[in-house]
Ligand binder design. Structure first.
Ligand SMILES: [Zn+2]
Length: 248
C-alpha cells in the first residue's frame, strides 16, 4: 500500500464528520520530559509548525529551570505531573509502578503533592493539575485522594473508569513497546485512530519524544498534516477536556 492509501480511512472519516457537522477531537500527551534535548526540540518544532497543542508529562524530581526556559519559547506546550521520580517500587517480576500499593499510601500521596507543588513552582500558569502516573499505572485505592492532594484530573491509558475527578486518558500509543520498540505500523495506527473517533471519545495520542525513531516522527508529521487540513478536526488543550470532565 502506498502511504496515501494508508491514510485514506482517516481522510474519509474526517470528511464524513464535516458533512455531518461533527468535530473530530484530538489531544496530544507526550511523556517523560525532564530537560531540553534535541528530541524535545524536534517535538516542539513539529507541533509548533502545525499549531498542535501538546501536554508534556514532566517528571518533577528530575527537572529544573532549564526546561522552564525552553518552554518559555513554546507557548503551545502545557505541563502535567508525571508521578514524582518515575521510580519503580514494584518487586522484580511485577509490572513497574511508582504509584502502586507497595508503599504506605501517605508516602505516595506526599510525593505526589510535592510533585504538583514543584511543577507549579517551576512552570506556573503553564501547569495543568493533571496527574500522569508513570507506566500509566496507579493503585485504584489512591484515586479518591487525588482531588484533596490538589489534582483536578488523572490521565492513564485506555477506556476511562469512573472516578471522583476528571479522567482524561490517552488511547492511541504510537510506540510498539513489546515488539520492535519503534513506531507501530502506520496503517494500524490510522485504523486505531478511526476506531477511536467512531467510538466517540476524543483521540488521546500518546508519544514519548525521547525514544522516537524516524517512522514515529514521520507518522506525527503525516497525522498533523492530515488533521490540521481538515475543517472537522480540532486539537484540544488538556485544560478544555479537564473542564469538560469536571462538569460531568
Ligand atoms: Zn513515563
Amino acid at each position: 500500500m502506498t502511504s496515501d492509501r494508508i491514510w485514506q480511512p482517516l481522510v474519509e472519516e474526517l470528511a464524513r464528520r464535516q458533512r455531518a457537522g461533527r468535530k473530530a477531537e484530538f489531544w496530544l500527551r507526550d511523556d517523560d520530559a525532564v530537560e531540553p534535548t534535541p528530541a524535545l526540540d524536534r517535538l516542539l518544532g513539529l507541533t509548533g509548525e502545525f499549531a498542535v497543542l501538546v501536554t508534556l508529562a514532566v517528571i518533577p524530581a528530575m527537572t529544573d529551570g532549564k526546561l522552564v526556559a525552553r518552554l518559555d519559547e513554546a507557548p503551545h506546550a502545557t505541563v502535567a505531573i508525571h508521578g514524582w521520580a518515575h521510580r519503580n517500587h514494584a518487586p522484580e517480576g511485577e509490572k513497574k509502578q511508582e504509584l502502586g500499593p507497595h508503599r504506605p499510601r501517605e508516602a505516595v500521596l506526599d510525593e505526589l503533592a510535592r510533585g504538583l507543588t514543584r511543577v507549579i513552582g517551576l512552570h506556573g500558569a503553564r501547569t495543568v493539575a493533571m496527574l500522569v502516573p508513570p507506566w500509566n499505572r496507579i493503585d485504584a485505592g489512591l484515586i479518591s485522594d487525588l482531588a484533596s492532594t490538589g489534582f483536578t484530573a488523572l490521565s492513564v491509558y485506555g477506556p476511562p473508569k469512573p472516578a471522583s475527578l476528571a479522567v482524561i486518558n490517552s488511547n492511541v500509543d504510537i510506540m510498539d513497546w513489546h515488539g520492535t520498540r519503534g513506531c507501530r505500523d502506520h496503517g494500524q495506527l490510522v485504523q486505531a485512530i478511526v476506531a477511536q473517533l467512531q467510538h466517540g471519545e476524543p483521540v488521546g495520542l500518546l508519544t514519548h519524544h525521547l525514544v522516537h525513531d524516524d517512522p514515529a516522527w514521520l507518522f506525527l508529521d503525516r497525522l498533523f498534516a492530515v488533521t490540521t487540513q481538515a475543517e472537522a478536526c480540532a486539537w484540544l488543550p488538556a485544560r478544555t477536556l479537564m473542564e469538560r470532565g469536571a462538569a460531568k
